[in-house]
Design a protein around this ligand. Structure first.
Ligand SMILES: [Zn+2]
Length: 106
């Protein structure tokens, strides 16, 4: 948005939708290594590794200049809430979901 639309990061509002939260986003060490720059969002419990993805996203946005007060997100975990699709919970044969959108308000 900054490059294409010349938006100022401080004018961008972000909404992070329901997603696999740190209660269920368990990863192996190879995936953990992808988050090496965000160690504060890696949670180790019961010998397992979990990632606080929302924390990582917020940190990345803040580094880009987005104001933290303009970042919102619901606390819902898609694994815990059956109204949402969860590959890890349902393990379907075919996956037909994933949506993301960006809007521009002039
Ligand atoms: Zn969960």
């Amino acid at each position: 948005m900054v490059e294409t639309f010349k938006s100022k990061p401080q004018n961008i509002a972000i909404y992070i939708g329901p997603h696999l939260r740190e209660c269920h986003f368990e990863v192996r060490e190879d995936v953990e290594s992808l988050f090496k720059d965000y160690k504060e969002f890696i949670i180790k419990r019961d010998g397992k590794i979990f990632i606080n993805l929302q924390g990582v996203i917020k940190e990345q946005l803040k580094k880009e200049g987005v104001n933290e007060k303009n970042i919102e997100g619901r606390g819902e975990c898609t694994f815990d809430e059956s109204k949402y699709f969860s590959f890890r919970r349902d393990k379907p044969q075919n996956v037909e979901s994933m949506i993301a959108y960006i809007g521009l308000i002039k």
